[in-house]
Design a protein around this ligand. Structure first.
Ligand SMILES: Nc1ncnc2c1ncn2[C@@H]1O[C@H](COP(=O)(O)OP(=O)(O)O)[C@@H](O)[C@H]1O
Ligand SMILES: [Mg+2]
Length: 254
């Protein structure tokens, strides 16, 4: 049992964020239950990535209080893993698959401590879990979108975190990989771990997520998927952009 079991993995009170003078998130309150897989749903520019970055302490906020496992992010950073949106990664950076996955072990090390045999084994196991062990010596820039995504998820797994942030993990990913990742998230949930996933395909929301955050700069709704993922709330989230969704294959039975 972790010493944090009585507190929520993420507790956000009154969060507001602006870039320059442009307000992106306004007065967000969220308390995420432990051991859940939470979908973060909303149109482009809704502030989904910004929400992740604010919780991770990667950007300045205007207002609000954010606690991760009841503490400031800086004090629990090694327990929190982040898979950034694909555009946020420099894919030309010269690194092999193994290099990237082993980076997941760094948060557990002191400044002058190097990785040891156990760290290497944990990294190998994480690569095996995502079926990329045979790619271990390849440069990340040479891989397919699905393989790259699996590398970053392996890194998160190697970190042995208990809170995971995945920003659009299924973009450019084949169906088999997507199913493998979801299977993995469900395994993590059975171990009491919590995952937040920015997701676009509304047709899979009900089968993937037990909770959803519907976001469009303000929090439209948060709760159990069966309670809050309603056409009314989806309409309120997407507003005018819904017409575009109707025309694409993203959406069914609205
Ligand atoms: N570093 C930044 N500087 C200025 N504006 C930004 C920056 N990052 C994001 N934005 C803007 O903030 C809004 C929300 O962005 P983002 O959180 O990335 O949305 P989402 O992930 O939901 O698509 C968008 O209008 C985006 O253009
Ligand atoms: Mg984004």
């Amino acid at each position: 049992m972790t010493p944090y079991h009585s507190t929520s993995p993420i507790d956000i009170k009154g969060l507001s964020v602006s870039y320059d003078k442009k307000r992106v998130l306004t007065n967000i309150y969220l308390k995420i239950p432990q051991g859940s897989i939470v979908g973060v749903i909303g149109p482009n520019g809704a502030g989904k990535s910004t929400l992740f970055k604010a919780v991770l302490g990667l950007i300045d906020t205007n207002a609000g209080d954010i606690k991760v496992h009841g503490q400031d992010i800086e004090d629990v950073r090694k327990r929190v893993a982040y898979v950034p949106q694909k555009d946020d990664v420099d894919w030309t950076f010269p690194a092999t698959v193994t290099d990237v996955v082993r980076m997941g072990r760094f948060p557990h090390k002191g400044i002058f401590q190097s990785l040891n045999k156990t760290d290497f084994e944990i990294a190998d196991n994480a690569m095996r879990d995502l079926s990329i062990l045979d790619l271990k010596d390849r440069q990340i820039g040479e891989l397919s979108g699905g393989q790259q995504q699996r590398v970053f998820i392996s890194r998160a797994l190697a970190q042995e975190a208990d809170l995971f942030f995945l920003d659009e993990p299924f973009v450019g990913v084949d169906m088999l990989t997507e199913e493998k990742i979801i299977e993995l998230l469900k395994r993590l949930r059975s171990e009491g771990k919590t995952t937040l996933v920015v997701h676009h395909d509304l047709s899979t929301v009900e089968s993937y997520f037990d909770h959803v955050i519907l976001l469009n700069q303000r929090l439209v709704a948060f709760g159990k998927t069966e309670d809050v993922f309603t056409s009314e709330n989806i309409n309120r989230t997407y507003g005018a952009q819904l017409n575009i969704l109707h025309k694409s294959s993203l959406q069914k039975d609205l």
